[in-house]
Design a protein around this ligand. Structure first.
Ligand SMILES: NC(=O)c1ccc[n+]([C@@H]2O[C@H](COP(=O)([O-])OP(=O)(O)OC[C@H]3O[C@@H](n4cnc5c(N)ncnc54)[C@H](OP(=O)(O)O)[C@@H]3O)[C@@H](O)[C@H]2O)c1
Length: 291
């Protein structure tokens, strides 16, 4: 298949490009930087320099690629603000979906998140409504997700992947990453605030390794239209996973505490597994050890 990967140099994108090329797909990936395109070519893909906020450039790039499918892995998290990330979810997705529609692309797979569900006491499946009643700052994230998912559903064949907390190479949770710095008492990275100091409390998170996140995007090219949580089998209390992460990074464990935000509930993967997705890292308990 000919696949256009928007955000091909990100934490998921670069693994995804490698997997697609290895399986014989023709890949056109995007980056805003010439170095990014050079990396894509070295990985066996074609590359195009494009800014997601430049609607005409996105339209030209997608039309020139003439893909069978678009995979949307654009985020703007390196700069550390949820406003930036909300903007790329709204405006970047709008431009990409318009470009795909104009080019006659009938298939899209897009990255969303599995922690935008409304409050509850058990891990959320895909039928739980999004948390549109949240206050600031959370509502900025939720609104971005709502806009992204609604736009993606305009393409005939669409799969929205609601990913859990991403870990593995290139993520905040790798050795030397943001979580490592926070646990060692250095939280000067702008992304550190997304992690909230990593208190070992009652918050429940669902994790996903980048390898399994990328594999799901390839599998989803063949799935029926819909919305699918891509999380591991093991939603976990921060009280359980923070100490394991700290130990694997050689960091002290922060003092245990109680409480959680009502929406910190994790998510289930029953639907993804029923579609044949089979994660290589079914639990963060073993996955954290391999960075
Ligand atoms: N589900 C999750 O938990 C989740 C999901 C994604 C990311 N993250 C975290 O976020 C951190 C940073 O993510 P990341 O490394 O993937 O980087 P990122 O800065 O969020 O960028 C992701 C991709 O989007 C592209 N991009 C960003 N802004 C763009 C724009 N205006 N126009 C075109 N392309 C644009 C980037 O391309 P160029 O920079 O090459 O232009 C890159 O390919 C990671 O450490 C990861 O832990 C978490």
């Amino acid at each position: 298949m000919r696949v256009f990967v928007a955000g091909a140099t990100g934490a998921i994108g670069r693994v995804l490009v490698g997997q697609l090329v290895a399986e014989g797909h023709q890949v056109v990936g995007t980056s805003r930087r010439e170095e990014g395109v050079a990396g894509l070519k070295a990985a066996g893909a074609e590359g195009v320099v494009v800014d997601a906020f430049d609607a005409e450039a996105v339209a030209r790039a997608v039309a020139a690629a003439a893909p069978d499918a678009v995979i949307h892995q654009l985020t703007s998290l390196s700069g550390g603000t949820s406003a930036d990330n909300g903007r790329i979810r709204r405006a970047g997705t709008r431009n990409l979906v318009d470009a795909a529609a104009q080019a006659g692309v009938k298939r899209i797979v897009a990255q969303s998140i599995a922690w935008a569900y409304e409050p509850g006491d058990t891990p959320a499946d895909e039928n739980v409504p999004l948390d549109i009643g949240a206050g600031e700052p959370r509502i900025t994230t939720v609104n971005g997700i709502v806009a992204l998912e609604e736009a993606v559903r305009e393409i005939d064949h669409h799969v929205v992947l609601r990913y859990g907390q991403l870990y593995g190479p290139g993520t905040w949770y790798e050795r030397g990453g943001v979580a490592d710095a926070v646990l060692h008492g250095d939280s000067t990275d702008p992304a550190a605030k997304f992690l909230g100091g990593l208190p070992p409390n009652d918050a429940v998170s669902s994790f996903i390794h980048v390898t399994d996140a990328a594999r799901a995007a390839i599998n989803a090219l063949e799935w029926p239209s819909g919305t699918v949580n891509i999380v591991d089998d093991d939603p976990a209390l921060a009280r359980e996973w923070v100490p394991v992460l700290a130990t694997s990074l050689g960091a002290p464990t922060p003092e245990a505490t109680t409480g959680r935000a009502p929406w910190e509930r994790g998510a289930t993967n029953t639907l993804a597994r029923s579609l044949g997705w089979n994660p290589q890292y079914p639990t963060w308990r073993t996955g954290f050890g391999i960075n």
